[in-house]
Design a protein around this ligand. Structure first.
Ligand SMILES: *Cc1c(COP(=O)(O)O)cnc(C)c1O
Length: 390
């Protein structure tokens, strides 16, 4: 068995698909030090620069001093210390929701929500490019699975039409797709879910904090917050903390609290995390300028990359891929970028389809315009040197 596994690892290496960890030390946001080299960080999910915010750190310390370093048990046992109620109240107010539940991470939230709601006798419709945690939840649920072509409402409708009307049906989608930076057609999805009596779940991991007047997410941005049954999102990206949430009607939250295994059978989040989340929710509602800066940066960055001749797919957000194709070329591109002082990650199969390996850039409001211009210069320089752009 050991030999087989080692052979598999060698195969990954030959296909330049073997992953290794890099040592990171934080320097001065948005700069990091990776393997000893100072780099501008175009790879983090800290979209609003909140992860190093003194107010979040202070709130986390305060909660830890009050409640200790650990929750000591799951929430349904004795882990539901007061900070949970405070943070969930803030969350409900922010999202203008009937009810909400904080869950330990986005990954365990998706697995838990999906397996709680659907089983063997049910049907799930999932966008082709949904996040791995959604895919894993679907596999674990053992429901009949239909993947519809990415953002293709016609294909989804043709699948919904064929589904027996008495069966429980769940449609699930990312709101912003994590490897492409494009947006799901939420209005059309709401129309279809009503027409075919399905429930609709959205994953706002990349849009929470960024879209909507107070950063509530894309459901609010499109004014569909009362039409989308299950709104899940994370505190681990734009909010600069850790953990996830789900909001919806009271029956949904009551049900999840009783049925969701990844909520029931795990220790509650540590107090420090809950303290920081409460503060992040407060800041994200009031500091509109962070969102505006991020939008301005994103628009400029996409526009300039296109002008240079890069292929950036359908991105309309702060997640911007440069699609290159072959693994080895993409890996070399990212290595050269690192030598030029840019941290950018390679995304390879199986995360994306074969032949669409890419560099995935993500922006943050912490960049200055000068830093962004400097990054674009380095990217242009490497792109030309490698013959990717003219
Ligand atoms: C990051 C991400 C998750 C996982 O969230 P974590 O809190 O990091 O576990 C889930 N869904 C999507 C779309 C994501 O991008």
């Amino acid at each position: 068995m050991k030999e087989q596994i080692q052979a598999e690892l060698r195969q990954l290496e030959e296909k330049t698909q073997k992953r290794v960890l890099k040592d990171i030390s934080f320097f001065d946001d948005p700069w990091i030090v990776m393997n000893g080299r100072k780099l501008l960080n175009l790879a983090s999910n800290n979209y609003l620069g909140l992860a190093s915010d003194e107010r979040l750190i202070e709130a986390g310390c305060k909660a830890m001093r009050t409640y200790g370093a650990s929750a000591t048990a799951s929430r349904l046992i004795v882990g539901n210390y007061e900070q949970y109620a405070r943070t969930e109240r803030a969350l409900i107010k922010w999202k203008q929701a009937e009810a909400a539940l904080i869950i330990n991470s986005g990954y365990t939230a998706n697995i838990g929500i999906i397996t709680a709601l659907i089983g063997q006798d049910d049907i799930v419709f999932s966008d082709w490019l949904n996040h791995a945690s959604i895919i894993d939840g679907i596999m674990l649920s053992r429901a009949e699975r239909h993947r519809y072509y990415h953002n293709d409402l016609n294909h989804l409708e043709s699948l919904l039409k064929k589904a027996p009307s008495h069966k429980r049906k769940l449609i699930v989608t990312d709101t912003i797709f994590s490897m492409d930076g494009d947006i799901a057609p939420l209005e059309g999805l709401v129309t279809l879910k009503k027409r075919y009596n399905a429930i609709l779940m959205v994953d706002e991991a990349h849009s929470s904090g960024i879209y909507g007047e107070q950063g509530e997410g894309l459901a609010h941005y499109f004014r569909l917050q009362n039409e989308i049954d299950i709104q899940m999102g994370t505190f681990s990206k734009a909010l600069g903390c850790f953990g996830a949430y789900v909001t919806g009607e009271q029956w949904l939250i009551d049900y999840l609290m009783n049925k969701m295994r990844s909520f029931i059978f795990t220790t509650a989040l540590p107090p420090a995390v809950l303290g920081s989340i409460e503060k992040a929710i407060e800041i994200v509602q009031t500091e509109q300028e962070r969102r505006e800066t991020l939008q301005t940066h994103s628009h400029y960055f996409r526009h300039e990359l296109k002008k240079l001749g890069f292929h950036i797919g359908e991105s309309t957000t702060h997640i911007v891929p440069i699609i290159i194709g072959p693994n080895d070329l993409t890996v070399r591109f990212s290595e050269r970028l690192q030598e030029h002082g840019i941290a950018a990650v390679v995304i390879r199969p199986p995360t994306v389809p074969e032949g669409t390996s890419r560099i995935r850039f993500s922006l943050t409001s912490s960049f200055s315009k000068a830093e962004l211009d400097w990054a674009l210069e380095q990217i242009a320089c490497v792109g030309k040197e490698m013959g990717i752009i003219p």
